[in-house]
Design a protein around this ligand. Structure first.
Ligand code: GLY
Length: 441
């Protein structure tokens, strides 16, 4: 029997909690959360609410609960060094140390790593510590992406055409970034379709889970501001409709080489999740960024498909024995749609932004799975906050059926809520396929 510590309180962690509790090892789950997640709490032996920088409290909780290993959901505790801190008291984790979490927390570390080790996937890029040379480099690019070097909660990356238009605006943003961060990364803007490849890594072996496509825009047809993710889908053939198995293999090959480079560069094995945000372009698969954790919502697509015992998978990541394990996922499609408060992700002057965060009623959701995110369970029911509330997931033999299961369940959730009805539907998928055909021309 294993005592497992889960750190995190979102829908991604609810999916992780479910995967842990499905294990034949009959593990006991102990959860450290920043805010109570009623879904995670309902299957945990014990929970502690605290902050992700309180490493002393996390260590004390882990000791008290006689934890065998920890799994870290979000990036903040990784960036705070929770893995190093738990390691200090003899508790291993599925998640990288603070130094190796630079894969996510430092865009310059990752871009320079690929460059130094000759790994394909980098777009044209430069890292600047001052404004010197920036204007000249911008003149060489057809499209500009400006990234601060550090965690920005998904809000720091500025893309020409989406967030700004002119070179002058790019220069002004670079100046702002350099006032707040040690360096700024400038990438050429890439045209194509994005996919997420969440890989398990024990430092030597990298195993991919099925690719997923996330939808960041708030509204139907990819309109409106970027959000943490409004939903996502994956397909039964473990590819995506706008790409083929070679594109998946390319993302895996890059990730395998990056894992090897990390070891050569640091002498430390990366043990955890390497989630590559890739884009399929005219000239092949390129790396947008890595995250050192599962994706949210993407974890809700892949974890429920895992046929292999997740506790065994975690042990293999920690022990470095992934090469001896056959990790299998069901050949099924999945569609995740996030239920959000109507005001979610919107500027303060948007009419929806004024809608109160309120009670929601969950009716009969049929075959769908629900993963709680920002909801509070009170005596009289579930209440939302200002963030994403519930991840609703349909799983079926094909995308069409999976989408219908998710959409039917969404309609059974009542309140001041919103979602993206287009995620996983034929018209949106066909649009993506046409876009990719145009790009490849
Ligand atoms: N799906 C975006 C993220 O997890 O960062």
């Amino acid at each position: 029997m294993y005592n497992v510590l889960l750190i995190g309180n979102g829908a991604r962690e609810h999916a992780l909690a479910e995967a842990i509790m499905k294990s034949a090892h009959r593990p006991r789950l102990f959860s450290f959360m920043r805010a109570n997640n009623p879904g995670i709490a309902s299957i945990s032996e014990k929970v502690l609410i605290g902050t992700y920088d309180d490493l002393a409290a996390i260590n004390a909780f882990a000791r008290e609960c006689r934890i065998d290993f920890a799994i870290i959901g979000p990036e903040d505790p990784l960036n705070n060094g929770v893995v190093d801190s738990l390691k200090g008291i003899g508790i291993p984790s599925v998640g990288p140390t603070k130094s190796l979490a630079r894969l996510e927390t430092s865009k310059s570390f990752t871009r320079n790593l690929l460059k130094k080790y000759g790994i394909p996937g980098n777009p044209k890029f430069e890292v600047f510590t001052s404004m010197k040379g920036i204007e000249k480099f911008l003149d060489e690019l057809d499209g500009i992406v400006v990234k601060p070097d550090g965690l920005t909660g998904g809000k720091g990356v500025m893309v020409q055409g989406d967030h700004f238009e002119t070179k002058e605006e790019a220069l002004a943003y670079c100046e702002k970034v350099l006032r707040e961060h040690p360096c700024v990364i400038i990438d050429e803007k890439l045209e194509g379709e994005e996919y997420s490849l969440q890989c398990l890594c024990d430092g030597k072996t990298v195993v991919a889970t099925p690719p997923v496509q996330d939808h960041k825009r708030r509204f139907v047809d990819d309109k409106g501001p970027n959000t943490g993710g409004m939903g996502s889908y994956s397909c039964e053939d473990h590819s995506l409709p706008f790409m083929d198995q070679r594109d998946v293999a390319e993302g895996l090959m890059i990730t395998q080489k990056v894992a090897e480079a990390i070891y050569k560069e640091t002498g430390e094995y990366y043990k955890g999740i390497m989630y590559g945000g890739f884009i399929v372009t005219k000239s092949g698969v390129k790396l947008l960024e890595y995250n050192a954790r599962f994706g949210d919502p993407e974890a809700m697509n892949t974890l429920p498909l895992l046929k292999t015992d997740f506790v065994d998978v975690c042990r293999a990541v920690i022990e470095g024995s992934l090469d001896r394990m056959n990790i299998e996922c069901e050949k099924k499609a999945s569609v995740c749609k996030y239920i959000v408060p109507k005001g979610y992700g919107l500027p303060k002057d948007h009419p929806y932004a004024q809608s109160p965060s309120a009670k929601i009623e969950v009716g009969d959701v049929g075959d769908a799975r629900l993963y709680y995110a920002s909801v509070d369970k009170r005596e009289d029911g579930l209440y939302m906050s200002a963030s994403r509330a519930i991840g609703v997931v349909g799983i079926a033999d094909n995308l069409d059926e999976a989408e219908k299961i998710a959409e039917k369940a969404v309609s059974a959730i009542k309140g001041h809520v919103d979602h993206r009805p287009d995620i996983g539907t034929k018209p949106l998928i066909e649009q993506r396929i046409r876009h990719m055909q145009q790009v490849r021309k």
